[in-house]
Design a protein around this ligand. Structure first.
Ligand code: ATP
Length: 474
């Protein structure tokens, strides 16, 4: 964010002011030189002799400024991310709960002091260079007076010519020193340009060309291997098939790879080997926007924009009418709640929706995805337990959302698992068991054992606490 806002501002002057300044200064120097040579060529040579001395220190000064400027920009990044992390709602809550105000204050003080020192250094770089240029502006006319006096005595140069010549000198040295300053500015601005271009040069996500106007919703994974980092494989030989309209539940320990599996479908990542097919078409061949337009995602951590409820819902479909929005809210069991708010759909939800409860946020997210009306739905059920009323509201909202769509559910609730058409038990990046609830029970494997433990212990709403190593995930 710093690069797209502050860095762009930072080079603003170099881009806008410099070109005009370069042209006018070069024009002034050229016309002055002509006038000087017309007056007296020998005095002109003396006057020009000083100019290379002005240009000589440009290289080292520019390089030094480039280095310091780069460091100041990096320090600004650090401050930016620090303030963003600590001044966000979640950050403030964390700081307060751990009573870390003083620690954060010190951290901010340290970074901002570092930045102050760097900015001072940046301002001081080349001060001696400016002093040197100023000295040359004084030395130049002195030399001309000296030479002029000599030629007046020896070669009959008139006093009038010398005075006119010295008057012209200002029009030579001032633009020359301005050009020198601009050159240094440009070299140091390169540090900022490089940062901006690093982003502009980023390659867009690879996309296929195939448009998918309609999708049935058949999903196949074929020997999919995936790793975020080469040394740590996360998915090993994932193979499965889901028919259109089926609900597939993924269960397994925390870190097993369930979320990763679902993220490969909309191509947030691509597998290192194997294929993922939608309706028999490799997702890599499909245009990425077209692919994602058919997929809806509801994550555990619902993200809402700091905007009204209506605007957040409309994010699902920008041209949705008010009636459609309200219908989606009703289907997601959130309409009654919205009606109780004084400002209804115009209520602003706060940063990331912090003015709403977790359950309300999730139901809004379901309404938003209902408006999008995708053929494929990815649901990551929240592990946090909600009160039974909220639980039931979300459950029925989920069921409505899944109706008629191919759904991949990272299931934590037993009721979802029981209603799934097929259950995949994921462990260590592999699918260790698969089948319907009944089949898995009859097989008497891991799933059956887990289910019985659950059954014997009485009715628990979630399967999470009984799976070995199955901790609440984030
Ligand atoms: P949970 O139920 O806790 O959400 P999960 O089964 O969904 O777990 P994944 O989120 O798919 O597990 O993670 C699988 C593994 O990949 C984990 O070991 C995790 O540390 C690792 N992992 C996840 N995301 C990344 C990432 N962006 N970069 C590197 N490693 C990651």
């Amino acid at each position: 964010m710093n690069r797209v806002s502050n860095d762009v501002d930072n080079v603003d002057n170099v881009v806008t002011g410099t070109l005009v300044s370069i042209v006018t200064n070069i024009a002034t120097i050229a016309t002055t030189l002509i006038a000087m040579f017309v007056l007296d060529w020998k005095l002109s040579l003396i006057a020009i002799a000083v100019v290379p001395l002005m240009i000589l220190p440009l290289g080292p000064v520019g390089r030094r400024m480039y280095v310091v400027r780069k460091k100041t920009r990096e320090k600004r990044d650090q401050i930016e991310s620090l303030t963003q992390e600590t001044l966000s709602i979640s950050g403030i809550t964390l700081i307060k709960s751990f009573v870390r105000e003083a620690y954060e204050q010190t951290r901010f003080y340290t970074v901002s002091t570092d930045l102050m020192k760097l900015e001072i250094r940046l301002a001081m770089v080349g001060r001696w260079f400016i002093a040197f240029i100023s000295a040359m502006i004084i030395v130049g006319p002195a030399l001309v007076w000296l030479g002029g006096g000599y030629f007046a005595i020896r070669a009959g140069l008139t006093i009038g010519t010398i005075v006119a010549f010295v008057a012209l000198l200002g029009r030579l040295y001032t633009p020359a020193s301005t050009l020198a300053g601009i050159q240094v500015q440009i070299v140091s601005a390169l540090a900022v340009f490089e940062r901006i271009f690093e982003y502009l040069d980023m390659k867009p996500e690879p996309s296929g060309a195939l448009q998918l106007p309609r999708v049935e919703g058949k999903i196949d994974f074929e020997r999919v291997e995936f790793a975020y980092t080469p040394e740590r494989p996360v998915l090993r030989g994932i193979d499965f098939h889901i028919d259109p309209g089926q609900v597939a539940a993924f269960v397994g320990p925390s870190g097993a790879g369930k979320t990763t599996i679902t993220q490969l479908v909309p191509r947030f990542y691509d597998p290192q080997s194997g294929r993922i097919l939608i309706d028999g078409v490799d997702v890599r061949e499909v245009d990425i926007d077209s692919l994602r337009s058919h997929i809806g995602i509801v994550t555990q951590e619902t993200y809402l924009f700091h905007d009204t409820i209506g605007a957040n819902l409309r994010y699902g479909r920008v041209d949705a009418t008010q009636a459609e929005i309200e219908a989606a809210a009703r289907a997601a069991n959130i309409a009654n709640f919205i009606d109780t708010l004084p400002e209804g759909y115009d209520t602003v939800v706060g940063e990331r929706g912090h003015k709403l409860s977790g359950g309300e946020r999730q139901r809004l997210a379901i309404a938003r995805v209902l408006l999008k009306d995708p053929r494929i739905l990815i649901l990551d059920e929240a592990t946090s337990s909600l009160d039974s009323e909220n639980e039931a509201l979300i459950q029925t909202a989920f069921e409505k959302a899944m109706r008629g769509r191919t759904s991949l559910v990272i299931a934590h609730r037993l009721s979802t698992i029981l209603s799934a058409d097929v259950i995949f038990v994921v462990d260590g990046g592999r699918i260790v068991e698969r089948g319907t609830h009944r089949e898995l029970l009859e097989r008497g494997g891991t799933y059956a054992r887990l289910y019985r433990t659950q059954f014997e212990k009485g009715s628990r709403p979630t399967l999470a606490p009984i799976l070995p190593g199955y901790e609440h995930s984030t």
